[in-house]
Design a protein around this ligand. Structure first.
Ligand code: PGA
Length: 252
């Protein structure tokens, strides 16, 4: 299998409020990408910034969308379709983020979106994660079911266009990330699910972590947590911190 790069994804959510600010963040990060060789950096801005940022990002940075609709076209007021994204250079699409699931996105919708994103040759960043933990380990089965439902009927050849983002909901927007030790346990578990259910080799699908990542915990989450990268929310809007996170991941 070819050596795949590590991944650092910035999920901007509904930020920043101006295009000018968005350009500044991209500019700062781009200027600091020269020594980054082993890590792909993806920005997922709000839809309205995709087109204006697409040119600015060419070269060292990749563009992703935070979500989109799997329908081809039609009467869906307010929606943006997957099919509309590649013309702006979008390569990645986040699917099933907990904030979208919270707005009513079901496992079935997530599954449709994974199929549509991958069939268009883009990479789906499939978000999974439990809302809380329990002593009996039921959260493990919950995560397993989320993965199986999201990947249902996805052809094996599409797996190279899938990234699993493990984001425990309790660690998103929180004060602290989960511990690297707990992440290591979860990354082994997810690899086992992929192996048992789809015969995917342990490095066959990239697994990344998201939830309160910062420059203090980034290094150990990747190294000791045994993941291929990070999905970063708040700290991806702080360009200097984000640059530091990228460097720390690249150094692993
Ligand atoms: P956070 O967000 O880094 O601000 O916790 C992560 C995410 O929601 O993807």
């Amino acid at each position: 299998m070819k050596k795949v790069k590590k991944l650092v994804v910035g999920n901007w959510k509904m930020n920043p409020v101006s295009l000018e600010e968005a350009r500044k963040i991209v500019g700062t990060v781009k200027r600091n990408m020269k020594n980054i060789k082993r890590t792909e950096v993806v920005f997922c801005p709000p839809f309205v910034y995709l087109s204006p940022l697409s040119k600015a990002m060419k070269g060292s940075l990749s563009l992703g969308a935070q979500d989109a609709n799997s329908e081809t076209a039609g009467p869906f007021t307010g929606e943006v379709g997957h099919l509309q994204l590649p013309q702006f250079g979008v390569k990645y699409v986040i699917v099933g983020h907990s904030e979208r699931r919270n707005m009513g996105e079901t496992d079935e919708i997530v599954n449709k979106k994974v199929q549509s994103v991958t069939s268009l040759g883009m990479t789906a960043i499939v978000c999974v994660g439990e809302s809380s933990r329990d002593a009996n380990g039921e959260y493990l089965d919950f995560v397993k079911q989320q993965i199986l439902k999201a990947l249902k009927d996805v052809p094996k050849k599409s797996f190279e266009n899938i990234v699993i983002a493990y984001e425990p909901i309790w660690a998103i927007g929180a004060k602290q990330a989960m511990t690297s030790l707990d992440l290591h346990e979860m990354s082994i578990f997810i690899k086992k699910v992929l192996k048992d259910s789809y015969s995917i080799a342990s490095d066959g699908v990239r697994i990344i972590y998201g939830g309160s990542v910062d420059r203090v915990n980034a290094s150990s989450l990747v190294k000791e947590g045994n993941v291929s990268g990070l999905l970063v929310g708040r700290q991806s809007l702080e360009s200097k911190d984000f640059v530091e996170i990228i460097n720390l991941v690249d150094a692993q």
